[in-house]
Design a protein around this ligand. Structure first.
Ligand code: HEM
Length: 416
């Protein structure tokens, strides 16, 4: 299918002489000879598309995101969905290796025809691209595509939550593509070309560009900061937390083979009232989060990875050192029936609004075995003092099918 590869020779050579593929979608960093340059390593990083689970979940979080939600066209059939997933899978297999789309790529075809690949990622490396596909709940509606019997029992649209101000135009969708890469152009290129492939079968409903990961999923990644200036992801589920992943992230399929080894993906576009936050005193900001801003340590003391002690009392005030209504206490598993989620969100900034304020915030993404984990947490966060500084304006839930083996396509068991 693919004629030309971006850095194909270099990558092929490095892979052949280098490491064996890691299991379960874990990293295979392919370096181009200069191990000291993290930029070169990031550019040449590749992650296998195939595996028990889809990549882009426990994969070390890349620097950039382009996330797109699609609706099937009104007259699309079950067969259109099936062939779309087949075509997308095939394209994604090539894209994650840094290859072009099609037989002739961006510059090799007839000058009288539009190029098969759009070309903006030519000469860029694979940049750790992962492409993660999800299915929306509406696909399983009765009298739509005949897929009712394939719906996992827990897969229902999210309920409404306190204080949210959702915009339908940036919520929901029949399908999603999460493209993460160390170069934003590589992520955009992937989505743009998948959209072209989908033409006539699916069209973009909404899309989101994200930068500056707000979570880490491996222990060797430094904890990044969100736009409120706090370290985010300290107590996230990490790629090597096998037990936690099995318990909180990977689904047993709920009786559906296509979903066994899959997971639910929630997106929430959370706008921050950044100027108001920036006027809040440091002590108030820290009390709201429950951690100190510099180190990210819990207010009960210690360093970033010290376990929070919710019984500790501040000697200065006689009150709990970590306020009972702080974000980390409200979201902590001890107060949520032991439930955890894997967070993998990104910052976003989209210019300013008419008042000159920054339009930006957190594009929250979480993966969990059941939507109930997110629902319970979000309900618990109704009391979160952070709500004074944030608004949830977009929301979506997708079922992410299990990963594929060679020759398979995403969600193929749904169509047997
Ligand atoms: C703009 C909105 C949000 C901001 C700024 C924010 C920020 C933070 C920060 C700074 C931490 C502490 C560091 C860490 O352990 O990662 C944290 C922890 C956490 N947050 Fe958020 N968060 C936001 C929204 C949410 C939402 C919507 C949820 C889920 C419904 C959530 C769930 C969690 C969880 C589960 C933890 C870890 C709790 C623990 O196990 O200690 N957060 N968040």
């Amino acid at each position: 299918m693919t004629r030309v590869t971006r850095r194909g020779l270099l990558l092929g050579g490095a892979a052949a002489g280098g490491a064996a593929l890691g299991g379960a979608g874990l990293a295979l960093a392919v370096r181009d000879g200069d191990a000291s340059s993290s930029t070169a390593a990031d550019e040449q990083a590749t992650y296998p598309f195939e595996g028990e689970h889809q990549a882009g979940i426990t994969t070390p979080v890349q620097r950039h995101l382009y996330f797109a939600a699609y609706d099937l066209t009104a007259d699309a059939t079950r067969d259109d969905l099936r062939t779309l997933l087949q075509d997308w899978t095939e394209a994604a297999r090539h894209l994650v290796q840094g290859r072009e789309i099609g037989e002739t790529g961006a510059v090799g075809g007839s000058p009288l025809a539009p190029p098969e690949d759009t070309g903006e990622a030519l000469n860029l490396g694979p940049n750790g691209l992962t492409v993660t596909f999800g299915l929306g709940p509406g696909l399983f509606d009765p009298d739509r595509l005949g897929l009712e019997s394939g719906r996992p029992a827990l897969f229902q649209p999210l309920p409404s939550f306190a204080l949210e101000l959702l915009d339908d135009a940036i919520s929901g969708g029949d399908l999603c593509v999460q493209a993460c890469a160390n170069d934003p152009q590589v992520a955009v290129h992937a989505v743009r070309n998948l959209s072209r492939i989908g033409f006539g079968r699916a069209q973009i409903r909404w899309a989101q560009l994200g930068y500056g990961r707000t979570s880490s999923t491996t222990r060797d990644q430094a904890t990044p900061r969100n736009l409120m200036g706090f370290k985010d992801g300290t107590r996230n589920i990490k790629a090597d937390d096998t037990e936690d992943l099995a318990r909180h992230v990977w689904s047993d399929g709920e009786g559906q083979e296509w979903f066994a080894g899959g997971t639910y993906l929630v997106t929430r576009k959370i706008q921050m009232l950044i100027e108001s936050w920036d006027r809040a005193p440091l002590s108030e900001q820290e009390a709201i989060i429950g951690r100190d801003k510099g180190e990210g340590a819990p207010l009960s003391g210690g360093t970033e990875f010290t376990e929070p002690d919710f019984r500790a009392v501040s000697t200065a005030t006689g009150e709990p050192a970590i306020p009972a209504e702080s974000h980390i206490r409200l979201a902590h598993p001890d107060f949520n029936g032991g439930q955890r989620i894997l967070r993998r969100g990104y910052n976003y900034v989209e210019g300013n609004n008419a008042l000159g304020q920054i339009s930006g915030g957190l594009f929250f993404i979480s993966f969990q075995r059941s939507p109930k984990q997110f629902i319970d947490l979000q309900n618990a966060l109704a009391r979160d003092p952070l709500n004074e500084y944030i608004r949830h304006i977009g929301s979506a839930l997708f079922a992410v099918p299990r990963g594929v083996r060679q020759g398979e396509y995403i969600a193929q068991d749904l169509f047997v």
